[in-house]
Design a protein around this ligand. Structure first.
Ligand code: NI
Length: 263
């Protein structure tokens, strides 16, 4: 425990607006700080959660916000939602557009609508010069195809990376970051381990994606940012470097990517 306290980590993808935290949000954030987290990016998935992410970031100094419409919610987007997104994007602690992308696993919105909403948000990010947090579930080729249309995007991170080595290679060539979440700690994570092993530490971000995807040994339970050290430890083990090096480098990466202050 003493060791963890000296670390300085950034959880680049947390859904702290989720009702799962309504009873104990303050304690969850306090535990995260005790575990060595200096900052947490609170990520929205439609207008309401994006607004709440901004409000939380205003309330807690260590929190920042990403605002956007998740592919699941793409079909609900109205003209007024675009105005709201634009206003939110200009708020002080908003550091990215996200999460946005494609989800062809659950297909909760029709694929063509997902593509249209994804493109429109990429346009917004380019116009406002904000980096993007990408959700990609069983849509690797389509995500890469659409992202290619936006070479001027100021920063791209594929969150909770689930692609193979070939996709990682393409992301590397294009200058994207990839973000590693709880599945890296699972026993059968060979494909992800190969990606982590080969991808430069200088281009990796860490995230919990809480309340989902709790790392071992909390797998199946509610996740929280305070569990991020377990993900950093798994990355350190796989890459054969120290936990301190993983923490220092990924924290520096997150500051650079999102333009965060260093303290
Ligand atoms: Ni997420």
């Amino acid at each position: 425990m003493e060791k963890a306290k000296q670390l300085s980590l950034i959880d680049t993808h947390a859904h702290l607006t989720d009702p799962e935290y309504d009873e104990d949000r303050f304690e969850v954030i306090a535990r995260a700080q005790d575990a060595g987290l200096e900052k947490i990016i609170c990520v929205g998935y439609e207008i309401t959660s994006s607004r709440r992410a901004v409000a939380l970031a205003e309330e807690y100094e260590c929190l920042y916000a990403a605002i956007g419409v998740h592919p699941h919610d793409a079909a609900q987007v109205t003209e007024r939602a675009w105005d709201a997104l634009r206003i939110l994007a200009g708020m002080e602690k908003v550091v990215a557009i996200g999460e946005i992308g494609l989800d062809f696993y659950r297909n909760l919105s029709p694929p063509q609508v997902q593509e249209k909403v994804f493109r429109k948000q990429l346009e917004l990010a380019c116009e406002l010069q904000l980096p993007v947090i990408i959700h990609d579930r069983e849509a690797h080729q389509d995500v890469l195809r659409i992202l290619k249309e936006f070479p001027e995007a100021p920063g791209v991170v594929i969150h909770c990376f689930s692609g193979d080595l070939q996709m990682a290679e393409e992301c590397l060539v294009r200058g994207y970051y990839i973000s590693i979440a709880g599945p890296v700690t699972f026993p059968k994570a060979k494909k992800l381990e190969d990606v982590v092993k080969s991808f430069p530490l200088e281009r990796l971000l860490l995230e919990t994606d809480c309340p989902y995807l709790a790392p071992q040994p909390w797998r199946g339970k509610r996740n929280e940012p305070g569990y991020l050290p377990a993900i950093a430890e798994a990355v350190a083990r796989i890459k054969g470097v120290s936990l301190e090096e993983v923490a220092a480098t990924t924290t520096e990466n997150a500051r650079r990517f999102f333009g965060l202050p260093s303290v």
